[in-house]
Write a protein that binds this ligand. Structure first.
Ligand code: HEM
Length: 454
């Protein structure tokens, strides 16, 4: 500990374990989650490096708030998002500054309360169909099941009518390409390649799947434009959205669709899979969940109006996203010189923070590694300001947050009303670390809860 940053007015400690060429690359690539947790011991801010690139890691809720909200205009999104721009285009996740503000204003209405109400019917119906396909007594890996469900829900929310096999195939193809954005953002080799022009740099894989996805989307956009109707789905919202700076071009709509495919599926799948995993291991939690679901729903499927009447279901999900905030590492890069926590950061400085490490800090949460839904008893969760950030904060707060809570609550309630599930013997669940954290598999055995159903 203790080397001073050359540019800092304040001495920012440098984390131990720095190596000459790789910086802290070894720790970041071998066990980034544990490394991020260790960094909290250095105080509000600590310096690490990815190869030659210095990175300031902010730990305190106050400084995280400065980055995400108070000084947000001094940052863009940085390392990981530079590599995502190739495969995602200029959608909400990757866009910056005024263009981002404009797009956000246009897209936000698609996620308003009244629209979510319509989407919950789809969420409920599709969760019931998925759960009805399971067979009693079998060992099932819930991970692929949940992946199918979240994609099914998103496609039906985006497109009121089935978009057809061409789009299904194109999305599947495109999602199977590995863009490795987080790996590259943490790669010393990539950081050196950015500095030394002669070194080979990572290039996005061949554009084939992306081009095919864009072409399939364009055909659907053409159909929608031809009649100009509002079909009640997200695509209609994107096409009809209008603001002081006009509406979106087809290419912009296409980029936003691609962004939603990526942001609206893997994140929810991971959260749902972790929730199912934790519930499977805790019979007392599962029984309380079933009691709540039976009392509120009886035999009927969950809907929008039930969301507020399922507080324990919500507590389970809140606790799941505390212990497993799927966006485990957030990144920003300064676009102008600024002072953060007393340290002077030049333009182009990388700043990271880890919701995973924040949510597992023993000073903020008692017994932080324990899954304990009861810590959220008493209605809406009210953690101390800035200590619970699974959806980020400030101007880049997840636009799909309400959508995500609705889908997670409805799917979990639907599964619990039909099935009891217990862990199947086998390998322990492993966490895979990429752009999101996710379980490698969740093997369970299933028992139906009601005779004659599901
Ligand atoms: C459990 C589920 C989800 C989690 C944990 C999650 C988490 C996040 C986080 C942390 C951010 C901010 C990233 C940053 O500040 O760098 C974000 C942004 C975003 N999310 Fe989500 N998300 C989830 C579900 C969704 C869904 C369902 C959608 C859409 C259907 C969505 C769309 C987006 C978009 C478009 C952004 C970029 C917003 C902007 O920059 O203005 N997310 N999400």
């Amino acid at each position: 500990m203790g080397l001073a940053s050359p540019n800092a007015a304040l001495v920012v400690p440098v984390a131990r374990g720095h190596r000459p060429l790789t910086g802290h690359g070894r720790q970041l690539n071998s066990d980034a989650l544990t490394f991020m947790r260790h960094l909290r011991a250095y105080g509000p801010m600590v310096r690490i490096s990815v190869g030659p690139r210095p990175v300031y890691v902010v730990n305190s809720p106050e400084l995280i708030r400065e980055v995400l909200a108070t000084q947000a205009r001094g940052f863009d999104k940085g390392a990981m998002f530079d590599t995502l721009r190739g495969p995602l285009g200029d959608g909400l996740t990757t866009s910056a500054a005024d263009f981002h503000r404009r797009q956000r204003r246009l897209i936000q209405p698609g996620f308003h309360h009244e629209r979510i109400e319509r989407y919950t019917d789809i969420m409920s119906e599709r969760s019931a169909v998925r759960a009805a396909a399971w067979r009693p007594g079998t060992v099932l890996d819930l991970v692929p099941e949940i992946n199918r469900l979240t994609m099914d829900i998103l496609l039906r929310t985006l497109f009121a009518a089935d978009p057809g096999p061409e789009l299904h195939a194109a999305v599947k193809d495109w999602l199977s390409v590995k863009y490795r954005s987080m790996k590259l953002a943490l790669s010393p080799l990539q950081a050196w390649a950015e500095r030394i022009p002669l070194l080979p740099r990572w290039r996005p894989p061949d554009g084939g799947p992306l081009d095919r996805l864009r072409a399939a989307q364009q055909r659907i956009i053409d159909d929608y434009r031809a009649d100009g109707d509002d079909r009640g789905d997200l695509l209609s919202m994107l096409l009809l959205a209008d603001g002081p700076d006009g509406s979106m071009t087809d290419a912009q709509v296409a980029d936003e669709l691609i962004t939603l495919f990526l942001s609206g599926t893997g994140t929810i799948s991971a959260a749902m899979a972790y929730a199912a995993h934790e519930v499977s291991r805790r019979p007392e939690v599962q029984t309380r969940l079933q009691d709540e679901v039976d009392t509120v729903l009886g035999e009927r499927p969950p809907g929008f109006k039930d969301l507020r009447s399922l507080p324990y279901t919500r507590q389970i999900l809140t606790e799941t996203l505390r212990l497993y905030p799927v966006s485990w590492l957030s990144m920003r890069r300064t676009i102008q010189p600024l002072t953060l926590g007393g340290a002077q950061l030049p333009a182009g400085t990388d700043v990271f923070f880890s919701p995973y490490a924040l949510h597992r800090d023993a000073e903020l949460y008692e017994d932080p590694d324990r899954f304990a839904p009861e810590r959220w008893t008493g209605g809406a969760p009210r953690p101390a300001r800035g200590t619970y950030l699974p959806f980020g904060a400030g101007n880049r707060l997840c636009v799909g947050e309400e959508f995500a809570w609705a889908e997670l609550t409805i799917a979990l309630a639907c599964f619990a009303s039909r099935w009891q599930w217990a862990p199947a013997p086998g390998q322990p669940v492993r966490t895979l670390v990429g752009t999101v954290i996710r379980p490698d598999r969740v093997l369970v055995t299933l028992t139906p809860r009601r005779a004659g159903r599901p």
